[in-house]
Design a protein around this ligand. Structure first.
Ligand code: NAD
Length: 503
């Protein structure tokens, strides 16, 4: 059954607006390789309009003043957005599946998470009112001081394609809760559901300019947003290479950035595990969302005494994963997002082979799927630490495996990466898990699992996986500026002339 993709424009100042240069980008269904619609392509001219609209939304004297609305008022809008998204869940989930190849039921989980995230930040927006004017204790009784937490201002939010609506929500919900006006630039490879988020904001009557969306290419729409002098902050999720460009652009005008970047995360399996449970977490940790997860635990480090048995079990698990059109019942792996990504992943596999690694399963297109960007989940062994497959992020369904003999060696292998996003350890010895989790150089550690993610808990990486944390209370702090307000409360003159030592 054909599902129509709504034809949308850019969303600026509460209205749909055709891009100034009238350019559009085709949408390709990765499961069929067919063009199923198009999205507007913003350029620097549209960025100017969106920045103007966002600034107006925060302006004190123009009757809008989102920044000074109470947290309770902002919470009301966020809850209305959550309710509307829940109402439209099945429609939005289908659009997500068509646009980026995500299995339909997993797309539906994402939309639940999106609604949950708006609800969560609605609660935090209300809590902000109570936290204002937090007193600071000072060593001089002639002064009193308090702290205000204020919205940073206009924020540019640049996001990737792997969880299109959810990654956008991780930024939009806390930014709006904090009182910022947001300009979202989603990935050109998957913008459809982000445009639906704009439609939802319109339907719930969010004041104009508070949320704007500029779909388009990175260098045409993202770059002018990142370097714009009237955008007060950039929050970015994407590859490390683009993150570094964003940081350089932001540095030109000295604006803060948070960066959620790539990863090459390890999963360490000790010799005392239940093989089936560990195999399932290993497969899920790397192949869920087709391995297109920043935190995918794509480097398996398994104890040498169980390696042969474990890999055998893992290969069996992996061969049972259902690969099909994302809309088909029971689909667990759809296509990767685009033709470019398909070529890139297969090239990684070819390079691993040419460097001497062995393919235990997968490594090619599934025979039963002649069209679409489908790749079998792939397990690679006989890997050395100098190989590309060990060092670089694939962002596809490819796991590489190495063995270890001691705990220290496992930790050394786990930390042998420029990245520091996620890391997992599986063992029945919880003291060992505790030691290993402390030794991991990563922002997120999983014990006896891999990948679960909760709106309440901080998310983000170290090293070249970026800095700053999203989600939880950390997520809203990204969009708040701290202001110190200090008052002189003595009736006495300050007396600087008499007593310089006072200061
Ligand atoms: P990408 O870096 O190619 O693009 C991300 C976004 O940046 C897109 O919207 C793109 O249009 C935009 N962009 C590209 N060039 C730009 C420029 N010069 N200036 C401004 N914007 C620009 O990343 P991707 O391929 O969309 O996503 C995959 C990457 O995202 C992976 O590396 C993955 O690990 C990472 N990721 C990280 C997290 C996390 O939480 N750490 C989550 C999801 C994805």
């Amino acid at each position: 059954m054909a599902i129509p993709i709504p034809t949308r424009q850019l969303f600026i100042d509460g209205e749909w607006r055709e891009p100034v240069l009238k350019k559009r980008i085709p949408i390709i269904n990765p499961a069929t390789e067919q063009i199923i619609g198009d999205i507007p392509a913003a350029t620097a001219e549209d960025v100017e309009l969106a920045v103007d609209a966002a600034r107006k939304a925060l302006a004190r004297n123009k009757g809008r003043d989102w920044a000074n609305a109470s947290g309770a008022v902002r919470a009301k809008y966020l809850r209305a957005i959550a309710a509307k998204i829940t109402e439209k869940k099945s429609e939005i989930a289908k659009l997500e599946a068509l646009d980026c190849g995500k299995p339909l039921d997993e797309a539906a989980w994402d939309i639940d998470d999106v609604a949950g995230c708006f609800e969560y930040y609605a609660d935090l927006a209300e809590g902000l009112d109570a936290k204002q004017k937090a007193p600071v204790s000072l060593p001089m009784e002639t002064f009193k001081s308090h702290v205000l937490k204020e919205p940073i201002g206009v924020v540019g939010l640049i996001t990737p394609w792997n969880y299109p609506m959810l990654m956008a929500t991780w930024k939009v919900a806390p930014a709006l809760a904090a009182g910022c006006a947001a300009i979202l630039k989603p990935s050109e490879l998957a913008s459809v559901t982000c445009l639906e988020l704009a439609q939802v904001c319109r339907e719930v009557g969010l004041p104009p300019g508070v949320f704007n969306i500029l779909t388009g290419l990175g260098h045409e729409a993202g770059a002018p947003l990142a370097s714009h002098p009237h955008v007060d902050k950039i929050a970015f999720t994407g590859s490390t290479i683009t993150g570094s460009k964003i940081m350089a652009a932001a540095a030109q005008v000295v604006k803060p950035v948070t960066l959620e970047l790539g990863g090459k995360s390890p999963i360490v399996i000790f010799e005392d595990v239940d093989l089936d449970k560990a195999a399932e977490w290993t497969a899920f940790g790397c192949f869920w969302t087709n391995g297109q997860i920043c935190s995918a635990t794509s480097r398996l480090i398994v104890h040498e005494s169980i390696a042969a048995k474990f890999l055998d079990r893992l290969v069996k698990w992996t061969k049972n994963i259902k690969i099909s059109d994302p809309l088909e019942e029971g689909c667990r792996l759809g296509p990767v997002v685009s033709g470019g990504q398909y070529e890139k992943v297969l090239k990684f596999i070819d390079t691993a082979k040419s460097e001497g690694a062995s393919i235990l399963c997968g490594g090619a297109r599934p025979e039963h799927l002649k069209k679409g960007f489908f790749i079998q989940p792939t397990i690679i062994s006989d890997v050395t630490t100098s190989m590309q497959i060990w060092r670089e992020e694939v962002f596809g369904p490819v796991l590489c495996a190495k063995t270890f003999s001691t705990e220290d060696e496992a930790i050394e292998l786990a930390n042998d990466t420029q990245y520091g996003l996620g890391a997992a350890v599986i063992s029945n010895d919880l003291e060992r898990c505790d030691r290993v989790s402390k030794a991991f150089q990563a922002g997120i550690v999983w014990i006896n699992c891999s990948q679960p993610c909760f709106t309440q808990a901080p998310w983000g990486g170290n090293k070249r996986s970026g800095f700053g944390r999203e989600l939880g209370e950390w997520g809203i702090e990204n969009y708040l500026a701290v202001k110190q307000v200090t008052q002189y409360i003595s009736d006495e003159p300050w007396g600087w002339y008499q007593s310089p030592s006072k200061l």
